[in-house]
Design a protein around this ligand. Structure first.
Ligand code: ADP
Ligand code: MG
Length: 724
């Protein structure tokens, strides 16, 4: 029993819980110690430089060269005082992970001596050789240069002895090659649009920041078991594995006590996160065994996303110290719940007001209703684009699988607000109302404190939860920048349209509140079909949604079509968030990513079947055959080996099935590989290659149940999920 599986099981049984030494029991004492935040900037920069950089953070004003020089040298001094030796531009290419290329501060001075240097230029801009990042055909090799440019709105930080500077990543010709650049554009569009509308109500509002709180779900498995499963370490999910006898049916994991080893990991992760200024606040078990969740306190979106990317990275690093492996895949284990990343979103003004929180006065409520209804209208208008923003090969497993929201985009509001909107819709608010008093008697009151009273409906992809919307369809491994770029963009676009309509009525002499309410009332009517309060997992909803004309696009390649539709192109161009070329490049990259991942899964599946499953099954079968022969030699009758014969026969049937189907799948792959067009290729991979996965898996899992436990080579689900 020297197989990797048994070595791994032995390793798990002898694990000890590593000691976690927190720098202090008071989090406030080490919060953001590794971040070059405003406090440190104040300390290390001249007053002028600090104001300039602060101005850039708040208003996006460009930082001039001289100031950049000062900031760079201050950053270097601070980083070196903390033991950093290198610096890197930290960015988010379209691979989905983060990228960094480290340079040393050290530079030869030319006279045989050396010095530590970090110039303003090195801070502001770098030219990583970027030809090996996904670019969707934007860069041909002769213009393969891309450059990264400093994003001062997200503070630099130290990780592993390296000063990391958050940057955007663009091609030499200026096209975005990352997630951050379009996000920053969308956030700026949102700021302008929301501020303009908010000023109808409150002239002191000069800036609106979109905020985001990300709940991150993940699985933890022992690293030895993980490393004994090539499917897990090559694809992030178990391509095979019979369900464990016990899984989540007892519902005993959710909010249950956290196992000691996991607790130590979480403490360590929290400590590292806190040092990097990631305000991790909650941790708990999730629904599935070995599944957990953590969530920081919400922050301005750009920062929240940088922090989530950093968190995912940290999880991986910290897990190593605890002999764990973090699985961020949306569906690592068939048959039990997958993981998501709830995106809690709201709009907060410079005056500290949350525009999505109902207020005390009718006037405040009109402001709330304005932003609330415009969001609903935007999602109604661009549901397909929102659907596309969460599409990925791994999230396809989760959406609509009765554990996560369906692929149909709808909005859940809760009964109170639903009633309010219904009442407004049928109220007698008209543009002919002479005065505002008449208006107010005609519109219903918004309940003041919704936060603790909102209904919770876990089956909705987009739900209002008291003072924020929660986009629940985002996959656990995704970069939230993509859905957040889309959400902010479509709501901003909607607010712009709203403002045009209201201004038109104002020009006609309409009273402001009446004008606003008139447009809101119409929007409520127009966007009604997107509102759904019932069970999103039910078949009835799929039918009802179809009657309502809502899309239900189940797979990624087709969900992505909308990225290059005329309507989207117009939206992107009018708001300046993506050029046509960028949108097409992204479409291409996402399709490529889709079929490449399926290609890898198909290959891994073939290898494991041919080289691991079949040999193990045959070995066991041979043992049975020897046994049967022995019994026969003893002169015993058939009744003494009937069971063995039955197993031998069953083994043959399953082995035949998987062998034939793997061969057929390889041929289907070869055919798919010949297709040039990325969309067609992705669809072929979905319909002609992926379609083999479930049947092959079914028969492999049957073999797992037949073959002797000590001959089965892959760690089983019960071991991956339950061994502590
Ligand atoms: P749950 O949805 O599980 O009840 P919470 O209400 O505790 O969770 O919040 C989940 C996430 O939403 C946290 O990251 C929290 O900081 C964030 N959040 C709370 N209020 C807001 C808000 N106004 N805007 C954006 N995110 C918010
Ligand atoms: Mg939540």
């Amino acid at each position: 029993m020297s197989s990797l599986r048994f070595q791994a099981l032995n390793a798990v049984l002898t694990r000890t819980v590593p000691e976690v030494n927190l720098p202090s029991t008071k989090v406030s004492e080490f919060y953001a110690t590794n971040v070059f935040d405003k406090k440190k900037m104040k300390e290390y920069l001249s007053k002028e430089a600090f104001e300039s950089i602060n101005n850039s953070i708040v208003h996006g004003v460009r930082i001039d060269r001289e100031i950049a020089e000062q900031v760079a040298s201050a950053m270097k001094a601070w980083a070196m005082s903390k033991g950093a030796t290198h610096y890197t531009h930290w960015f988010q290419p379209l691979t989905g992970s983060t990228a960094e290329k480290h340079d040393s501060f050290f530079e030869p001075a030319g006279d045989g001596t050396a010095m530590e240097k970090f110039s303003g230029d090195a801070l502001s801009q770098q030219e990583p050789d970027a030809s090996s990042f996904p670019n969707g055909g934007i860069r041909s090799t002769f213009e393969a240069r891309g450059y990264t440019a400093w994003d001062p709105s997200s503070p630099a930080f130290i990780m592993g002895g390296t000063l990391c500077i958050p940057t955007v990543f663009v091609s030499y010709t200026g096209e975005a090659l990352d997630y951050k650049a379009p996000l920053l554009k969308a956030l700026s569009v949102m700021d302008k649009a929301a501020t303009a509308v908010a000023q109808y109500f409150d002239k002191s509002i000069e800036k609106v920041n979109a905020s985001l709180g990300i709940e991150q779900e993940y699985f933890l498995v022992d690293s030895a078991l993980f490393n004994a499963r090539p499917d897990l370490y090559l694809t992030g999910r178990a391509l095979f594995g019979h369900m464990s006898a016990k899984n989540q049916q007892l519902e005993d994991h959710y909010f249950g006590s956290i196992p000691e080893r996991v607790q130590a990991f979480m403490q360590d992760l929290e400590c590292e996160s806190i040092k990097l200024g990631i305000p991790l606040k909650t941790r708990h078990n999730e629904v599935a065994p070995a599944q957990f969740e953590c969530a920081p306190i919400y922050e301005e979106i750009n920062l929240a996303i940088d922090h989530n990317q950093l968190l995912m990275d940290l999880m991986d690093k910290v897990a190593r110290r605890h002999n764990f492996k973090v699985l961020l895949h949306e569906k690592p284990f068939a048959g039990i719940n997958g993981s998501g990343k709830h995106n809690n979103w709201s709009l907060i003004t410079n005056t500290g007001k949350n525009l999505l929180a109902p207020g005390k006065t009718p006037k405040n409520n009109l402001m709330f209703l304005t932003f609330f209804v415009n969001t609903i209208k935007a999602v109604h208008e661009y549901a397909d684009l929102l659907r596309a923003s969460i599409a990925s090969v791994s999230n396809d497993h989760r959406l609509g699988a009765n554990e996560a929201p369906p692929a149909i985009i709808s909005i859940f509001l809760g009964s109170q607000l639903n009633d309010v909107l219904d009442e407004i819709e049928t109220s007698r608010v008209t543009s002919k109302m002479k005065n505002e008093a008449a208006l107010w008697t005609n519109i219903p009151k918004v309940p003041q404190i919704l936060l603790d009273n909102t209904d919770r409906n876990r089956t909705s992809p987009f739900a209002f939860t008291g003072n924020k919307f929660e986009l629940r369809a985002v996959g656990s491994s995704a970069n939230s920048a993509n859905p957040m770029t889309v959400l902010n963009l479509i709501v901003a676009d909607q607010l712009n349209k709203f403002k045009l309509e209201v201004d038109k009525l104002l020009k006609k002499g309409e009273k402001k509140d009446v004008a606003i309410m008139t447009v809101i009332k119409r929007y409520i009517k127009e966007s009604k079909s997107i509102r759904f309060e019932g069970n999103g997992y039910s078949d009835e909803w799929a039918e009802e949604a179809e009657r309502r004309g809502l899309s239900n696009i189940k797979t990624t390649p087709k969900a992505l079509d909308v990225l290059i539709s005329e309507k989207t192109e117009k939206l992107f161009e009018e708001t300046g968030v993506y050029t046509k070329r960028e949108a097409h490049a992204r479409h291409e990259i996402l399709l490529e990513n889709y079929f490449k991942k399926l290609q890898i899964e198909a290959r891994v599946m073939g290898e494991i079947v041919n080289n691991v499953i079949i040999p193990a099954s045959v070995a066991y079968q041979t043992e049975l055959i020897t046994n049967v022969k022995g019994l026969k030699d003893l002169g015993l009758g058939e009744e003494s080996y009937a069971a063995q014969l039955e197993i031998i026969q069953k083994l043959s049937n399953h082995i035949n099935f998987i062998r034939t189907n793997v061969t057929a799948m390889i041929n289907a792959r070869k055919d798919a590989n010949k297709i040039e067009d990325a969309r067609e290729k992705a669809i072929a991979y979905d319909e002609k290659v992926k379609s083999y996965f479930d049947p092959i898996r079914y028969h492999v899992d049957k073999l797992e149940q037949l073959v002797a436990d000590d001959k089965w080579p892959l760690p089983k689900f019960r071991e991956l999920l339950f061994l502590k």
